[in-house]
Design a protein around this ligand. Structure first.
Ligand SMILES: Cc1ncc(C[n+]2csc(CCOP(=O)(O)OP(=O)(O)O)c2C)c(N)n1
Length: 337
């Protein structure tokens, strides 16, 4: 299952562009957070290949269950940048109307809003997949989570249920080496995360999560298998979080500069860039232009979204109860004073 397929120049360039855009987006949002315009942010720097490759390997009919670290998945699925920016800046274009800081979801793109409690979305994705299977639909579920999530009961309950019911679920564990400050070695006594699938009766595969070609190939095969009724797969994508856990974290307290530099030399964007240079699809000049034009487009869209109205405060009362209880109606009238 590991051998890399030779991907077309076009697909490789598309994924490179999406990874670069995710990198630029994350860096712009961290800056806006420091400027006090974004409440909090979780960067996916260093992990872009995992979600970009996975979503490209799936079909638009497939559902995405992300965490807070899947910017690449949203870009690869085609969510407009304006929507992602409005979400972070609390503007009217935010499909979640300001609810759920750090997370994103939008039914129009088959993206189910991530969980507040770590791993809580895993059994939900399995149940959702079981329902689609029973309805005779063809869609597959891509569920993303970190290495820390594998220590939660939800992970084990979800995988057990998926194995028994042979649901069309692709479990993508982003092993980015840390759960905030807890290193991977303290997370499990197992040699790998992938091998945990064996206990639940299905295949677990290790992928180099910084190699976009390998990631694409492995997810494609798992998606094909799930769609053909072959059941779930657990993919352990080995990667590294180059940034802090979130804008509220200081990673220098728990990891060394040398370690970060070692992983920086395996930056998925640099590795993909190298491939594109080898194939003569890109050169220095074209690459500089690509970064510059994507950066300018992003800046322009941020400026445009900043001019749009903020989400009204009353939106905090919406989408929770179909019939709001009396005390919320009373609070709402206070807000509108
Ligand atoms: C049940 C629960 N416990 C603790 C937290 C606080 N928390 C938020 S993210 C996180 C680390 C998760 O690590 P991992 O699953 O490896 O994902 P990563 O952040 O590395 O992508 C923790 C402990 C939480 N949100 N939910």
């Amino acid at each position: 299952m590991k051998a890399c397929e030779l991907l077309s120049d076009e697909l490789l360039l598309k994924m490179y562009r999406e990874m670069v855009l995710a990198r630029l987006f994350d860096s712009a949002m961290v800056k806006l957070q420091r400027a006090g315009k974004v409440a909090a942010y979780t960067s996916s720097e260093g992990q872009e290949a995992v979600s970009v490759a996975a979503v490209n390997a799936a079909s638009p009919i497939d559902w995405i269950f992300p965490t807070y670290r899947e910017t690449g998945a949203f870009i690869a699925r085609g969510v407009p940048l304006e929507t992602l920016i409005a979400r972070q800046l609390g503007r009217v274009g935010d499909p979640l109307k300001g609810h759920e800081v750090l997370l994103f979801g939008d039914k129009r793109y088959r993206i189910v809003t991530g969980p507040g409690p770590v791993a809580a979305h895993i059994p939900v994705a399995v149940g959702f997949g079981y329902a689609t299977k029973r309805r005779g639909e063809d869609s597959v579920m891509l569920v993303f989570f970190g290495d820390g999530a594998t220590s939660k009961g939800d992970f084990h309950e979800g995988l057990n249920m998926a194995g028994v019911l042979r649901t069309p679920t692709i479990f993508i564990c982003q092993n980015n080496q840390y759960a905030i400050s807890v290193p991977r070695r303290q997370q499990t006594a197992s040699e790998t995360f992938a091998e945990k699938a064996e206990a639940y009766g299905f295949e677990g595969v290790i992928a180099d999560g910084n190699n976009v070609e390998e990631m694409y190939t492995i997810v494609s095969k798992a998606v094909e298998k799930a769609r053909d009724g072959g059941g779930p797969t657990l993919i352990e994508a080995i990667t590294y979080r180059l940034a802090a856990h979130s804008t509220a974290d200081d990673p220098t307290k728990y990891r060394t500069v040398q370690e970060v530099e070692m992983w920086r030399s395996r930056d998925p964007i640099t590795l993909c860039r190298k491939l594109l240079f080898q194939r003569s699809v890109l050169n220095e000049e074209k690459d500089t232009m690509l970064w510059k034009s994507l950066g300018q487009m992003l800046e322009q869209k941020i400026e445009e979204v900043e001019k749009t109205p903020a989400i009204p405060t009353s939106a905090i009362f919406e989408d929770v109860y179909s019939t709001p209880p009396w005390h919320l109606i009373e609070e709402l009238s206070d807000v509108n004073l």
